[in-house]
Design a protein around this ligand. Structure first.
Ligand code: 1HE
Length: 263
């Protein structure tokens, strides 16, 4: 059953309603992630309309997300703690391995579970008000939303260890330099940039987008020998699609807008 929440909105935009903007709408609590909000995120990413080709996730107010709703942090026994963390894993897996590429538009605090959520996106755009931190270490807890798996892939285990041991906060420029975000933009423009990227991504062949979000991360985890074989299989499937043949034909025919341009 689909969970709705007053703390989450989903709006379809773009030509043909092909971009879903998923917005955390709990600014009074800095978009802290309650259990209800985490389940609503899971359900939103599992139930997009067929028209959706790309999703953008952002947060209302001055901060993207303050992480786990600490007011819900109550006594749990070990078993309940495992289930709670696995619930987060299910939700953020729905983001990373959902039907479409996901762009996170970041500003203000991207901390704790907020950084775990952002890490599940495929592209992160940070405006210059963004700051990144993992306060779990100083709060006597640990990441539980997949951060220990995803964040070291972005910045390495050593930097994540430092963030958690010392409470280190990275500003937007340093975050982009390290790999916490792929784009750095002026304050207040992260959503615009994310929508610009989404518009471009929506014109890709859906099968290529699927290969990039579902196959590439798995190849990256495989031994090289297995990875080469997976790559060959995916390449063969992608290039055999009629859409791929038409796109290559357009380039060979010199059709406008098909040439790679200097950055
Ligand atoms: C919250 C939360 C929250 C704010 N849970 N209520 N995350 C943290 O340790 C980060 C905690 N938050 C902060 O450090 C700051 O709130 C911010 C830097 C994000 C923003 O500061 P500011 O000055 O804009 O807001 P504020 O005055 O601190 O907070 C406004 C309200 O939001 C206030 O409630 P109010 O009723 O007194 O108005 C805060 O209590 C509330 N609020 N953040 C609950 N996180 C899967 S495991 C993941 C583990 C983690 O994520 S641990 C890290 C948790």
């Amino acid at each position: 059953m689909s969970t709705t929440s007053p703390d989450l909105s989903v709006e379809l935009t773009g030509q043909n309603k092909d971009i879903a903007v998923v917005r955390l709408t709990r600014p009074a609590k800095r978009n802290a992630l309650s259990d209800g909000l985490i389940l609503a995120i899971r359900d939103a990413f599992q139930s997009f309309a067929d028209s959706v080709r790309v999703a953008v996730i952002d947060g209302e107010g001055e901060h993207f997300c303050a992480g786990l709703d600490l007011s819900e942090l109550k006594e749990r026994d070990a078993g309940q703690g495992v289930h709670h963390s696995r619930m987060w894993h299910g939700a953020l897996d729905a983001v990373q391995f959902g039907p479409v590429p996901v762009i996170a538009a970041l500003h203000g605090a991207v901390v704790g579970g907020g950084l775990e959520l952002a890490s599940a996106a495929h592209i992160r755009v940070a405006d210059d008000t963004t700051f990144f931190a993992l306060p779990e270490g100083t709060r006597g807890i640990f990441v539980g939303g997949g951060g220990s798996v995803r964040i070291p892939k972005l910045i390495g285990a050593a930097r994540m260890t430092d963030m958690m041991l010392t409470g280190r906060v990275y500003n937007a420029a340093d975050g982009e330099r390290l790999g916490l975000a792929q784009y750095l933009v002026p304050g207040g423009t992260a959503l615009d940039k994310a929508l610009e990227l989404a518009t471009r991504i929506a014109t890709n062949a859906p099968l290529t987008n699927y290969a990039l979000t579902h196959v590439l991360p798995r190849i990256a985890e495989q031994p090289a020998d297995h990875g080469f074989m997976s790559e060959a299989l995916m390449a063969a499937i992608a290039q055999s699609a009629p859409e791929a043949k038409a796109r290559v034909r357009d380039f060979l025919a010199g059709k406008a807008g098909t040439k790679v341009k200097k950055a």
